[in-house]
Design a protein around this ligand. Sequence first.
Ligand code: ZN
Length: 203
Amino acid sequence: MKIICIGLNYRKHAMEIGRPLPEEPVVFLKPDSSILKNNKPFFLPGFSAMIHYEVEIVVKISKLGKGISAKYAHRYYDEVTLGIDITARDIQNRNSASGLPWELSKCFDGAAPIGKFVAVSSVRNMNNINFRLEINDRIVQQGNTSDMIFSINEIIAYISKYFTLKTGDLIFTGTPSGVGPLKKNDNLVAYLEDEPLLDFMVK
Ligand code: ZN
């Protein structure tokens, strides 16, 4: 399976990290070895001094598709959860400045914690879901899918022009503003509306 991630999909987040708003979705991939499941702890890697959290809505592809139109994209995912696009911001900034790829900053082991999936059918409106991240019981990020620059269906239409989507593939749909650093012993809890779906420690 593959993990497809969208960068800069919320205006305020693009502003906070000083990047222009994208005219087309910004796409990158993470390998399956970056997945962290079952609320296992995340271990801070020794190669970065600035590991950031980014809470994101994650959808799971439920059938094979290529060249999917936005109108039919809702038929291609049936489960949703929250994930953290963990980013070594120091490495990302360094590589971006010299035009190098982002892989070393976003694809390392454990860089994609994901929560418990829930059925899309149990969500009232995918285009108007509140989600948030709390660290040590303090809210650090809050978002609503209505603020996305590119909606979930538009993302699926766009990426399926380039990649065949397969059952089980995951899409990280971008982070709202409020990203920041992680430190040892932080406890991250991510909520879809008021349901906690992800809860893990930083070690
Ligand atoms: Zn992200």
